[in-house]
Design a protein around this ligand. Structure first.
Ligand code: NDP
Length: 447
């Protein structure tokens, strides 16, 4: 059987062995359906069942997280940590706290993370974790007690050479602080390298907070450069208003673009004069309010409850909120309205049908595992600084981030060309990431 003929069988087995985990199925399909030509070129990958092995996590932890709310009532959440691959380095990937979290979400994110982390060229494996705990509306005390309980269950599986979590949806600097504090307390070790996304005041790296958003914009810049286009003067929309979205907006504005809309799960704000980032940060980061509060500060802007951000005409669209937030019809509308580039700050935000629309229209489309890899890459830079007890300047770290994003772009671009799919960053990213992991797996034998 030819390698490429094996793909369908492998995917069928994944669906059968992981029932109901639809996001995981989607993520696996998106990767394996591009790998046929690589398997045909490397029969040893087939012989050693590398794809089958990659699709099965090395380890999966599911644990109870009991905590007490401010009224003293006991609450029970479910915690997850899935280590997919540790052939290139310790498990690395964020923690997500959101009520939609279940095993299928964590596995899709962990699976993506294997290839994303390999793409960075840095020594990090792939993992993801989190909980169905909903941080919205919780007090600081409740967040702290939850994080402490979560870490109490997880700490013995972590370590700077074993597994190094970071943030994701619902997990930012505050949560990383509580998690790190509890790890330090239980283990009696100041092990800075066990978590990334820490505050620069106690072991964190400058630029880590900005890295995913900035990196997504750097990747966009590279995609446009090969088309002799640029970011300056472009009209943009950015979905979400969390960590990734805010810093994507910041970098777009620094590069001379105008961001006219962003969103949260309650709706969309439109500010034709350009989003006022200071106000937006105040609303979302300081007061943790709903995005509609932005309009109270900017009378000319408007809030559309449950609005669809992809209806708004733009040249550049950056989905930076969550998975499957941009569907086929949204993609068609973006293309019809003159969009020239889409880069994913979020993980798997575009549905497979939406991706096809972008590819058929020939616009620049950067999939998340390449476009948002700047976050985890800068986490690896944070680990480097922790290991050498050093702290780099903002300028130095941002320059490293930009070089890493340029390298990722170039590798994806050249590999897509090598496989006869010029300009297809999905194929480029999947093949570059997979080959790096595959070579290490072969070297290590059957483990
Ligand atoms: P945050 O929690 O900081 O922000 C998430 C934003 O997305 C919020 O505005 C939130 O709105 C919105 N959102 C979340 N879920 C939904 C939903 N179901 N429907 C509509 N809007 C939603 O998370 P991040 O910015 O860290 O993460 C955003 C995306 O980027 C995720 O896909 C994440 O996996 C990905 N990512 C993050 C990295 C990082 O370094 N943080 C690295 C690489 C990828 P609301 O507040 O109303 O819920």
């Amino acid at each position: 059987m030819r390698g490429s003929d094996r793909i369908e069988q492998i995917y069928g087995d994944v669906v059968r062995r992981n029932p109901g985990e639809i996001e995981f199925h989607q993520a696996v399909k998106e990767v394996v359906e591009t790998l046929g030509p690589v398997l045909d070129k490397h029969p040893e990958y087939v012989e050693h069942k590398l794809i089958e092995r990659i699709c099965e996590p090395e380890r999966q932890l599911i644990f109870r997280v009991p905590w007490q709310d401010d009224r003293g009532e006991v609450q029970i959440a479910r915690g997850f940590r899935v280590g997919f691959s540790s052939v290139l380095g310790p498990y690395k990937g964020g923690l997500r706290f959101h009520p939609s979290v279940y095993l299928g979400i964590i596995k899709f994110l962990g699976f993506e993370q294997i290839f994303k982390n390999a793409l960075t060229g840095l020594p990090i494996g792939g993992a993801k974790g989190g909980s169905d705990f909903d941080p919205k509306g919780k007090s600081d005390g409740e967040i702290m007690r939850f994080c402490q309980s979560f870490m109490t269950s997880l700490y013995s599986h972590l370590g700077e050479y074993t597994d190094v979590p970071a943030g994701d949806i619902g997990v930012g600097g505050r949560e990383i602080g509580y998690l790190f504090g509890q790890y330090k307390r239980i283990t009696n070790r100041y092990e800075s390298g066990v978590l990334t996304g820490k505050s620069p005041e106690w072991g964190g790296a400058l630029v880590r907070r900005e890295a995913t958003g900035y990196g997504t914009v750097f990747f966009t810049e590279e995609m446009l450069k090969v088309r002799d286009q640029g970011i300056e003067g472009r009209t943009c929309v950015v979905s979400g208003s969390g960590n990734v979205a805010l810093y994507a907006i910041e970098k777009l504005q620094q590069l001379g673009a105008k961001v006219v809309a962003c969103s949260d799960s309650s709706g969309v704000i439109i500010d034709e004069r350009g989003v006022d980032l200071d106000v937006l940060k105040e609303v979302k980061m300081v007061h943790r309010q709903r995005i509609s509060s932005y309009v109270d500060h900017h009378g000319d802007s408007k809030f559309i409850a449950n609005g669809n951000i992809w209806d708004i005409p733009c040249h550049i669209a950056l989905p930076c909120a969550t998975q499957n937030e941009l569907g086929e019809e949204d993609a068609r509308r973006l293309v019809a309205n003159g969009c020239i580039a889409v880069a994913e700050g979020a993980n798997m935000p575009t549905t497979p049908q939406g991706v096809r629309v972008f590819q058929e229209a020939g616009i620049a489309y950067g999939p998340g595992k390449a476009a948002n890899a700047g976050g985890v890459a800068t986490s690896a830079l944070e680990m480097q600084q922790n290991a050498s007890r050093d702290a780099w300047t903002f300028e130095h770290t941002e320059r490293r981030l930009r070089e890493i994003m340029q390298n990722i772009h170039q590798n994806c671009f050249e590999t897509a060309e090598e496989f006869g799919s010029a300009g297809n960053y999905v194929i480029g990213a999947n093949i570059v990431g997979f080959r790096r992991v595959a070579q290490a797996m072969l070297a290590f034998g059957v483990i």
